[in-house]
Design a protein around this ligand. Structure first.
Ligand code: ATP
Length: 449
């Protein structure tokens, strides 16, 4: 049995009191049974949309979804979607039904839902209604369409992406016929709007089952991102690697922090490798310059899905810089923090570990020790308030102006001082910095300098 929030129970009771059936349905039932707090509670009812609105006329409601049978009722500021039992008509555009029909049977409403785990209803007193063995599938970790998968995926191609998104979110697998149909019809996902595809991809990437979703259902991923397919089975004959580029990528995505930007970065980080492959005299693979090609691939693919500019720019920056190769020493780390900015540098550290996690396990101790040292140097720099940005200097342009410097001289002297502080040749103290100004100014004004 699941625990209902009080407001949901009172909405159901209000409908029942007027003689209408009403249940919590879909994601909230599924998530409650999995012990996960639902994102929202959707209700389904035998009342018509008009009857729902009448039932809640003294509450704040919105009828924006009226034609689809949905009335939103607000309780304590929280919106609850209450939808009349519905049967969907034909799907001629493979996206949405041509028309919807309001019906009186819960069974018809549950039958239109995509997967058995999403097709359960629950009443606070009478319990679960499970007409398609959703409970068993939930217990066994299986995503199975309600009814014939071929038909259900042809009706609405978004369901193919939803199938692997749920598989990733819960670490489930697709039931065999569901899997075969999803893969056979994979190309049809491109009918779905780019924005919608990207939402599903991001949710999929942040799921706990992402590694096996990327390897088991790669055909579906490659129908969205054909530019990633050369990675599959692409060998990496180097002591650093034990897997082909795509298997490595799946592990690296899964090992990255669980946020969209980190996961998107690792999805694309090595996409340039197949294009930059060379083999040396010893037969060892090299992929020099691949990050720049990965950036081009990521940019094209994410722009196609109408990715927002902030996410895009951040991902491209991290992809382009993902190969940290600096010595794990005080000065080099501080110089790299200055070059990249503290923020980019700190985001790269866990991605470096994620990258290592997909490399040859025999090299892990040595690689993770390197990551530990980088991280320790980074934390030391932060705790010491190390100067990694020109604005961290204890003087600014106005101080130099007051000392009589003019125009471009000011910027040049500031940069020269910043370089000296970074290499720890002078202290970041106003008096120390000012004592070097005259000498630097003279040097830069020398002809030929
Ligand atoms: P989450 O909130 O985690 O996205 P959810 O299952 O609640 O999961 P919604 O998109 O809110 O996702 O959908 C609510 C319910 O509507 C689903 O549980 C399912 O029963 C049904 N549903 C959603 N999308 C489809 C679809 N494309 N085809 C058929 N049924 C769907």
């Amino acid at each position: 049995m699941i625990t209902f929030p009080e407001d949901v129970t009172s909405l159901i009771q209000a409908l029942n009191a007027r003689g209408h059936e009403a249940y919590a349905v879909g994601g909230c039932v599924r998530d409650s049974l999995l012990g996960i707090e639902p994102n929202d509670w959707d209700l389904t009812t035998g009342a018509s949309p008009k009857e729902i609105a009448e039932c809640f006329q003294s509450e704040r409601i919105s009828d924006i979804g009226f034609v689809h049978g949905t009335i939103t009722v607000y309780k304590n500021g929280i919106p609850y979607e209450i939808t009349a039992y519905r049967k969907d008509g034909e799907y001629t555009d493979h996206r949405r039904p041509d028309r919807v029909e309001f019906v009186k049977e819960l069974s018809l409403d549950l039958a239109r839902r995509d997967f058995t785990i999403n097709a359960m209803a629950c009443h606070p007193e009478t319990g679960i209604v499970d007409l398609f063995s959703g409970l068993d599938d939930l217990k066994n970790g299986v995503i199975r369409t309600v009814g014939d998968p071929e038909k259900r995926f042809r009706e609405d191609s978004l369901r193919i992406l939803r199938a692997i998104r749920f598989a990733s979110a819960y670490g489930f697998v697709l039931e065999e016929n569901t899997r075969k149909s999803a893969i056979r019809l994979a190309d049809s996902v491109n009918i779905v709007s780019p924005e919608r595809i990207l939402i599903e991809i991001k949710r999929m990437l942040t799921g706990k089952g992402i590694e096996s979703v990327l390897t088991q259902y790669s055909e579906i991923i490659f129908s969205v991102f054909p530019e990633l397919s050369p990675m599959r089975d692409f060998p990496q004959n180097t002591p650093h690697h034990a897997y082909d580029v795509w298997t490595h990528t799946a592990k690296a995505v899964s090992g990255a922090p669980n946020d969209e930007i980190s996961r998107l970065t690792m999805l694309f980080h090595d996409s340039g490798k197949p294009h930059m492959h060379t083999v040396d005299a010893m037969g060892v693979s090299h992929f020099r310059g691949h990050p720049a090609v990965s950036v081009q691939i990521a940019e094209k693919a994410l722009a196609r899905l109408k990715c927002d500019k902030n996410t895009l720019n951040r991902v491209l920056k991290l992809v382009s810089e993902h190969e940290i190769r600096i010595p794990a020493e005080r000065k080099s780390v501080r110089r790299e923090m200055a070059r990249l900015g503290k923020d980019v540098f700190s985001s790269l550290l866990p991605l470096l570990r994620a990258d290592f996690s997909g490399q040859n396990p025999a090299m892990h101790p040595q690689k993770y020790a390197y990551a530990d040292q980088l991280e320790a140097q980074y934390h030391q720099a932060i705790s010491e308030g190390a100067v990694t940005d020109i604005h961290d200097l204890d003087i600014n342009g106005n101080d130099l102006k007051a000392a009589g410097l003019r125009g471009s001289e000011i910027g040049l002297v500031l940069h020269a001082l910043f370089a000296l502080v970074l290499s720890e040749e002078i202290e970041n103290r106003k008096s120390a910095l000012m004592s070097r100004v005259e000498e630097i100014r003279k040097n830069i004004s020398q002809p030929g300098h």
